[in-house]
Design a protein around this ligand. Sequence first.
Ligand code: UGA
Length: 438
Amino acid sequence: MKNIAVIGTGYVGLVVAVGLADFGNRVTGVDIDDVKIAKLNEGKLPFHEPGLKDYLEANIESGRLSFTRDISSAIPKSSVVFLAVGTPPRRDGSANLEYLESSVDAIAEHARSYTLVVTKSTVPVGTNRALGKRIRARGAAAEIEIVSNPEFLREGRAIQDFFHPDRIVIGAESERAREILVDIYRALKLSEVPFLWCGIETAELIKYATNAFLATKITFINQMANLADKVGADIALIAKSMGMDGRIGEKFLHPGPGFGGSCFPKDIRALASTGDSFGVDMSLVKIVAAANEEQKARVVARLKVLLDARLNGLSIAVLGLAFKSNTDDVRESPALRVIADLLKEGILIRAHDPQAMDNFKILFPDISYCDSGIEAMKGADAVLILTEWNEYRSLDFSLMRKVMRGKVLLDTRNLLDPKRAREHGFIYRDNGRSTDSV
Ligand code: UGA
């Protein structure tokens, strides 16, 4: 059993802390937020994540998992410290590393014996080596080694992704570090998860390359869907057939209102900024970032055409505020841009989301929030679906027609059956499955 500290209890940090405790390690989660720490010690989650609460409670109960604000007590008793603090974007797109820097400063100050620092946070290439230098410059009493171990879990599927990852990537430079990590992850080794050992810079870039490639894949299918709309082709079949080609793969080919979340938008900007600082052309990811903004803007442009350009004073039901389903996270959600654009047009918004309304309210306190999708549709001139929550897949068309004033239905996630929607008299549009002129 290893004593491990995990600094940062956001999505990645909390799932890693819970997962490592479940592997049999003794884990202390550290965060500067008192309220969060108190909640976590009571087994309460600070955000919505399916399945996580059971693991949290079980591991606290087993005595292997606890949380503290006190980094100075957590470090000396841990032989391994995972870093999972945020690296938010600065104004120029580059990653802000101040939380990482203050964490390694604390490690340098408080470590009493050999300590392995494992960076989970997504950091620009070169960061881990620079952090290592920073630790040495501070004259730490103990030997401290740093490795890069990027995390690939997704919000909404974090438990599944942590316990059944496609691979574990570790950028490490010593045999000692390698042995420690094999020991920590032995449960995954036993279930034959592939381990990829590499240099630190390679591990750092693997994370950005993966996220940027996935963002590019989504942007590609979004643009193909826009084209399919114009020419009467079916994007579902195009994506299915592309996915059958083993060189492409079937995943991340679902068109939508643009990608969001705390990772893809931030990471492609940071990768572009890294390219700029090394004088390397990263124009592809810059175009992806711009095209994604266009995709979000396109939603309101389409609504305008469907509603004969008369948006002022109309009422629109917006279904879905989270950046994707199974999360209450609204960071960089397409709904933020779309609702801001709709408000500028003088639209009355009636919004619903099964989990994300509280978080959205902080940013948009003045729109109407409704308890259900159908409640939001009462008196609405149009319905706009932005997030792929399962409950929106089985909307009752007859009831919708009864409660709505209008009949426009824009389904940006392709959740509904176009034929059935039209049979019920809807002016139905989606992303690339049914010909339209907008
Ligand atoms: C993403 C990566 O998928 C994870 O592997 C990575 O660990 C994480 O970022 C991170 O760097 O921390 P996440 O942001 O949780 O995970 O969500 P995704 O499931 O990747 O979705 C991102 C966005 O793309 C969402 O807005 C989603 O709706 C959109 N998307 C995804 C599509 O529009 N179409 C698709 O086919 C897939």
